[in-house]
Design a protein around this ligand. Structure first.
Ligand SMILES: Cc1ncc(COP(=O)(O)O)c(C=O)c1O
Length: 405
């Protein structure tokens, strides 16, 4: 065997390096860029309705009037003005919070990493929905936590399954650190947790001494404009709430946050400072100007009307093009629907023929820590036009029809 510089280095990697795998979503992202490819893969927000001229003016004002502050290091927790605005936004979901309990991060992805770093030793257990957000699985596996997934149905996470999983893990003397959950318009399933189950799940976790990490980037993207009570509003001391401007404004600015009780928030800040020193001051100021100087809720309403129309188009096209026995979720908000093909059809075998036919999606197995989801896939309806989505589903249907079995 020839020893290259590369293999010398990789032999020195820490154990945790094995936990970092290429994200299936990022991998198909490359494919999405191919000409004439229709992407049902990435959960990109539609930015076409953003008032770009106004945002450009805001950016110019910030640099001209407050440039030395905007381009400087800032507070490790985030700017007090944005912390305050974030509290106003969270109030829309029944959360009553103090600005000093908000830690601003580079996207909620970083918030997820900080919380996991702070709480999880290698092989501590994190409970999560099955399926769950692939980016969360990447973070948990990278930090050597063990993920145990709990079944969902059309009402979201199943409380009795959660209770059974906790009992079984405790019987094996496993340490469960938290339940990671996406209660609204779940990525990837598109399902939302019902109000009754919210209370049940909060109660189970409190009784069992397990914290909840509530990841809620899609909560304000309901098609009918209604907002649901956050789990945090039901048990503020036991729920860490993760929020993001990525889906309601811009993912490129990389601004998210975590709301946590005082002592935890302070530790999160220390962990954040060890990673990035402080969140981007310029990005925070731009978000601040946008939220306080523009009717951002009207933009979100308009975007949701677009997402709802796109979702309807996908639902109709699935009806038309999917074989007998295929099922899919019917989201009332967010970006995704979750499709289950008749048993025995392999989605991994479907991916390449689908790409050859000009459509790409994310296979269901990406959203499970253990082998599962073999006949399932995620379809995103947030980014492509209605026409492209309909054609994409038609191409997908043709690839499914050509599958053996
Ligand atoms: C459920 C969920 N959590 C977190 C994130 C990360 O978002 P951010 O851009 O705020 O890091 C995403 C992005 O797709 C997501 O779907």
């Amino acid at each position: 065997m020839t020893i290259t510089t590369d293999s010398l280095h990789t032999a020195r990697f820490a154990d945790r390096a094995d936990g970092y795998h290429p994200s299936p979503v990022r991998e198909v992202f490359e494919v999405s860029m191919q000409p004439n490819m229709i992407s049902l893969a990435g959960g990109n927000p539609d930015l076409s309705g953003l008032p770009l001229d106004r945002i450009a003016d805001m950016a110019q004002r910030i640099i001209k009037d407050r440039g030395e502050e905007a381009l400087q290091y800032g507070s490790g927790a985030g700017t007090p003005e944005l912390q305050e605005l974030i509290c106003e936004i969270m109030a829309l979901e029944g959360i009553s919070a103090l600005p000093e309990n908000v830690q601003i991060t580079s996207g909620s992805q970083m918030a997820l990493e900080l919380v996991t770093k702070l709480f999880c030793n290698p092989h501590d257990v994190i409970l999560a929905e099955g399926p769950t957000y692939v980016g969360a699985l990447g973070t948990f596996e990278g930090l050597q936590a063990d993920v145990v997934q709990v079944a969902i149905d059309e009402k979201g996470l199943i409380p009795s399954e959660l209770q059974d999983a906790i009992r079984a893990l405790k019987a094996q003397s496993r340490t469960i650190k938290f339940l990671y959950t996406i209660p609204n318009f779940n990525n990837p399933s598109g399902i939302s947790l019902t109000p009754e189950r919210r209370q049940e799940i909060v109660d189970i976790c409190r009784t069992e001494g397990i914290a909840i990490v509530e990841d809620n980037p899609y909560g304000l993207l309901s098609f009918d404009g209604s907002a649901r009570a956050a789990l945090h509003s039901l048990d503020p001391d036991n729920v860490f709430y993760l929020g993001s401007f990525s889906k309601i404004f811009s993912p490129g600015l990389r601004i998210g946050w975590v709301l946590a009780p005082t002592e935890v928030r302070k530790r999160l800040q220390l962990a954040a400072e060890a990673t990035t020193i402080c969140p981007s001051v310029l990005s925070q100021m731009l978000v601040e100007s946008y939220v306080s100087g523009f009717d951002w809720r009207a933009h979100v309403r308009d975007a949701c009307t677009t997402y709802a129309r796109r979702c309807d188009a996908v639902m109709e096209a699935l009806e038309l093009h999917m074989p007998e026995g295929t099922t899919w979720t019917r989201p009332t908000g967010g970006f995704f629907t979750w499709i289950t093909l008749p048993a025995g059809r392999s989605v991994d075998a479907l991916l390449q023929p689908a790409i050859d036919g000009g459509v790409v999606f994310v296979p269901g197995s990406a959203f499970f820590a253990e082998p599962a989801g073999a006949n399932q896939l995620r379809v995103a309806f947030s980014f492509e036009t209605e026409e492209a989505l309909v054609e994409g589903v038609r191409r997908l249907g043709a690839a499914v029809a050509a599958l053996p079995g």
